[in-house]
Ligand binder design. Structure first.
Ligand code: PEP
Ligand code: MG
Length: 757
């Protein structure tokens, strides 16, 4: 058994490194067959679309039967396991009244049969079956082993079952799906262009072959060319995107000046090594050092070093740019790690998607892509972009999937989806100047959530009436150092000026927890309950004071600044912030600056504060409910942990009760209150929020038109009746079903995200 358990743990490790669902299920049956030492291992997955169990992978049956053998729940032995949720271990399956043979599968009438249900979070995922010769049941030890295997695989298979595995479909037959990490949402179709993957070719120049001065001059020439490229790209971004993304280029420029990187390469070249060898050696060493760091932001710096190393090699062997004019009009850029500099070489409107074989959702590329509205998939470890150069590919950033060699029917389905989305967005443009008011006259203010300057524009375009949440940590996160007061003034000023005359709620630095800073590592046993938000800010008073000064200075003459305090958990924290704010105002006035005292609000994210609303009324001017963290802390469910993600639900009955208590308390205390968590983008939740009486919602700018359409379609008094019904329910999913029915009646049928099926 120990040997088999070791095999099982290496299988789990192998699976974790594979991206593609079809490969994962195939590997599972292969390994189960080996571990259990049987001729046949089959995996059936529950498929809602097919209304039953479908053979998803087999070892021992004909491969063509995958996706074709289907069983209803209760049908055959496999269906029976699914209906009873019990193991079935039989010495002679052929004699069982439920036995069915599928001749097309090439199945031998093996007598020994054992099947176990795959269950994840109490839901049936599928059935795992082994079959073999002989006429005795599988032993108790073998049964225990198969049950253990099933328990370990159920979570992975549940993800595949819900989102990933598509069975062969005649219309879309030969496509390949590569699963990665969601980098930036949206879907796009275009011609694949490989970026920087081809290995530069060098002459056979050996170390010491050429004159040392010539060697060094060659290297310096490459560095100059790279510096020029960074400058041009940076300027292009200045025009297209604005200063905060452009400042990412300063990371590269800083690296080009650093003694650890370029300095170390120079030492090796002067010591006699050929330039390309020196570049490779140092960039590999340095990036390996970064990649070993526990902090994901430091790991991402390893990507930057590798990218710069590749660019230097590119210029060392002669350089040269991609001839954009010879490419199609709609492009998908694919490479190991596409950098901001790469993106800047192409006109924005021609880039329909980005595919990176490495990287994560925290990579700069992902941040930039979402600010620019370009779909992106990261960490596509199984994709070999060069194989698909010049071919049409599909980027599905909503699900972190890339599809290569799609049939024409599938491309058409995706293009139709894009057209539908565009049509829908265009049809909603007419609402821009119209108020978000219900049929019975309940008026709601729709504000935008932003963080990068690049997503300020979509808010304005979509009629946002202000910024309800400016996540100030984002400009801190895309830099390599704490920004200075002057740098912060420039960034904040740009946001405040863009929204002149409209309120802008700037949140004080909210780092820690799941938002680490690249240059300030915080290691904690339990970061969700640790040094985060205002706790960090108050302990680092100078950082906080600089930020307050920058915000106040940026608002001079505009006077639309409101300050928002994150992760408040006690009364004294607000008292201290209030005192500090007053001191900063005095300080700036003493310096001759005419600053105004801004409204001060708190994020309601920690449950303790729900009970303290009446006591806060004299200290704060408004409240903004951060439903992401409030749900996390109220339900004790980590918002980033996929194992418990199904338990994270804003519509949990306890959340509904808390949201009712918050609005009632705020009304009593005459405190304006808004919602700024993801809940405000969820149409189902919006129905509840309207009924409860929330009249300020702050959400992702792209969702504003659709939510406005919804608000204008409903009658609040009817929703209040629905709310009372929802309040009587015991489960979040029951609340969701009730509200989805209402959405359907209202005619809410926005196109689905996927056109794959
Ligand atoms: C929230 O917690 O709901 C919120 C808006 O803040 P963030 O998602 O940035 O933690
Ligand atoms: Mg939060």
């Amino acid at each position: 058994m120990t040997v088999q358990l070791t095999q099982l743990s290496s299988l789990i490790q192998e699976i974790s490194q594979m991206g593609d669902a079809a490969n994962v299920v195939h590997l599972i049956v292969q390994r189960v067959q080996e571990i259990m030492e049987v001729p046949v291992a089959n995996l059936y997955l529950l498929s809602e679309a097919q209304d039953g169990l479908v053979l998803a992978a087999t070892q021992g049956l004909r491969q063509e039967s995958v996706g074709k053998i289907k069983l209803a729940i209760g049908e055959g032995l496999v269906g029976r396991i699914a209906s009873t949720l019990h193991v079935l271990n039989l010495a002679d399956a052929t004699g069982h009244k439920k036995y069915t043979l599928f001749p097309e599968s090439g199945e031998q009438p093996y007598k020994r049969f054992m099947g176990v249900p795959l269950i994840h979070l109490r839901e049936l995922v599928g059935v795992l079956v082994v079959q073999g010769g002989g006429d005795e049941k599988f032993s108790a030890e073998e049964e225990a082993l198969l049950v253990t295997i099933a328990a370990h695989l159920a979570a992975t298979l549940s993800v595949i079952q819900q989102s990933d595995l598509s069975f062969p479909n005649p219309a879309h037959e030969n496509y390949q799906r590569h699963t990665g990490i969601k980098g930036s949402s949206g879907v796009g179709v275009g011609e694949l262009v490989v970026i920087g993957l081809t290995e530069p070719v060098f002459n056979d120049e050996e170390d010491g072959d050429i004159d040392p001065r010539e060697r060094r001059a060659k290297f310096e020439k490459a560095i100059d060319a790279l510096q020029r490229e960074l400058e041009t790209s940076g300027e292009q971004f200045d025009e297209h995107v604005s200063t905060d993304i452009a400042s990412l280029f300063s990371v590269y420029r800083m690296m080009l000046d650093s003694p650890e990187f370029i300095g170390a390469i120079r030492v090796l070249i002067d010591g006699g090594l050929a330039p390309h060898k020196a570049v490779k050696q140092i960039s590999e060493q340095l990036s390996a050092r970064f990649r070993k760091a526990a902090d994901p932001y430091m790991q991402a710096r390893g990507e930057d070093v590798e990218h710069l190393g590749d660019r230097i090699l590119h210029f060392l062997c002669g350089g040269g740019k991609i001839d954009i004019d010879r490419l199609g009009s709609e492009l998908v850029l694919a490479g190991k790690m596409i950098s901001i500099a790469d993106v800047s070489q192409f006109p924005n409107e021609r880039i329909k998607g980005l595919l990176c074989t490495s990287g994560s959702a925290l990579s700069h590329t992902a941040i930039v892509a979402s600010a620019l509205g370009i779909p992106a998939v990261m960490g596509l470890t199984t994709l070999e972009p060069a194989k698909y150069t010049g071919e049409q590919v599909i980027v599905d950033g909503n699900r972190g999937v890339c599809i290569t060699q799609p049939a024409d029917a599938m491309i058409k389905a995706y293009n139709d989806l894009l057209d539908q989305l565009e049509l829908l967005d265009r049809s909603l443009e007419v609402l821009k100047e119209k108020p978000a008011v219900t049929q019975d006259g309940f008026q709601i203010k729709l504000l935008a959530n932003t963080g990068l300057l690049a997503d300020v524009t979509p808010g304005l375009r979509n009629g946002a009436e202000g910024i309800g949440l400016y996540r100030s940590e984002i400009p801190f996160m895309v830099r390599d150092n704490f920004p200075t007061e002057e740098e912060q003034v420039l960034v904040y000023r740009e946001v405040l000026a863009a929204y002149r005359g409209k309120p802008v709620c700037m949140r004080l630095l909210d780092i820690g927890g799941d938002k680490p800073l690249p240059y300030f590592s915080i290691r904690e046993e339990n970061p969700g309950l640790g040094w985060r938000g205002i706790r960090f800010d108050l302990d680092n008073t100078s950082i906080l004071v600089i930020q307050m000064r920058a915000m106040l200075r940026a608002a001079i003459g505009l006077e639309n600044l409101r300050i928002l305090v994150p992760m408040v958990s006690g009364y004294e924290e607000i008292q201290t912030v209030r005192r500090l704010l007053e001191q900063v105002v005095e300080q700036l006035r003493a310096e001759g600056l005419e600053v105004k005292v801004p409204l001060l609000g708190i994020m309601l994210e920690v449950p303790s504060m729900v009970f303290l609303i009446p006591r806060m009324a004299d200290l704060v001017d408004y409240v903004s409910v951060g439903t992401n963290d409030l749900t996390q802390y109220l339900l004790a469910v980590d918002r980033n942990n996929p194992k418990v993600s199904t338990m994270f639900d804003n519509l949990h009955p306890a959340m509904l009760l808390v949201l009712r208590q918050i609005i009632e308390q705020c009304v009593k205390a005459k405190l304006p209150v808004s919602i700024c968590g993801e809940m405000a983008s969820d149409p189902v939740a919006v129905l509840i929020l309207i009924a409860l009486g929330y009249n300020r919602l702050s959400l992702n700018a792209h969702n504003i038109p659709r939510i406005k359409w919804l608000i204008r379609a409903v009658d609040r008094s009817q929703l209040q009746v629905l709310l009372e019904q929802a309040m009587q329910l015991h489960h979040a999913h029951e609340v969701r079903i009730l509200l989805e029915e209402e959405l359907e009646e209202l005619g809410w049928h926005m196109p689905e995200n996927s056109a794959e099926q």
